[in-house]
Design a protein around this ligand. Sequence first.
Ligand SMILES: [Zn+2]
Ligand SMILES: [Zn+2]
Length: 339
Amino acid sequence: MSNSHDHYAVLGIGEAASAQEITQAYRRLAMKWHPDRNRENIEAAEREFKRLGEAYRVLSDPKQRELYDAMRLSARSNTNTNGFGGHKPFWSNADPFEARRPASERGKDLKAKVTVPLETLVSGGEIEVKVNGFATCAACAGHGRFDGYAGCDRCGGQGYTDTGYLCRKCGGAGVLFQPTCVVCRGKGVIKQKQTLSIKVRAGTPSNATLRVRGAGEPGPSGGLRGDLLLTFSVKPHKLYKLLGLTLTADIKVDFVTALLGGTAHCEIFGRTVKATIPAGARAGRLITVPGEGLKHPSTGEAGDLKLRVVLDLPEGARKLTKEHKEILKSMFEAAAARS
Ligand SMILES: [Zn+2]
Ligand SMILES: [Zn+2]
């Protein structure tokens, strides 16, 4: 039975057979091997009938036949030149297309973008993500194959047309070999909306891509699932802005410190951060505090904290006497006159 999966050998025809010869050979053999006509030898008949169906399906479709011929040719030349005796040519498989999708092939990765509160990235938390996912087709257990017989849709299972001619589609058999699962159309998966609960670790940068293993598309033919690649869009926050690992916030600086330089403090997520203010800092100026932004949960890389100067009045500003005000004015006037 070494030629049992050679479609030409199965139909007993040569490689140069015309479309008509292929159909005639199939009709003749399908009649001969129809399981209903071989009840005493039903297993062998079913096997043979299935092989005939496969051979006919491939060879009767010009595109598939072309591909099959090309595979056959390349398999033959490989066998001749590579010296691996007994090496099974890959077209020996029942389905020439099987070679392009091995059973172990991993499913596709899915992509999703989710809007998260800034705090979730800074402090960590759990988020819910709705994805247009895929589930394994229950009808075929993810194999995408049906591998059985279904009634011929052309003749309604009669084998003959209303006018008494042999049905051209099933060759009079009344049934057709149905290699593909009708529920998933051979894909092995069906679309399904899913809600996933995903843990986000503290310090996750806003531009991160989270890879959720196994939450992607199931692989064809029951292969491993792909991953879900999750990206974020951060909800606007009243006090903070997050860009990657860099956190931006406002810092109140009284104008004396802004003028002369010094230190100022601010609260960042319950933490007191000290910043050095250079002399002459104008309102809106960004002061960088290195390493005080987010700390990446995997790499440990620390982002910067950028503090935007907001000018504030110093303690006691409202209690200035007339004399104090005069002194202040004269100080600035004298300084201006020097330049
Ligand atoms: Zn039919
Ligand atoms: Zn299916």
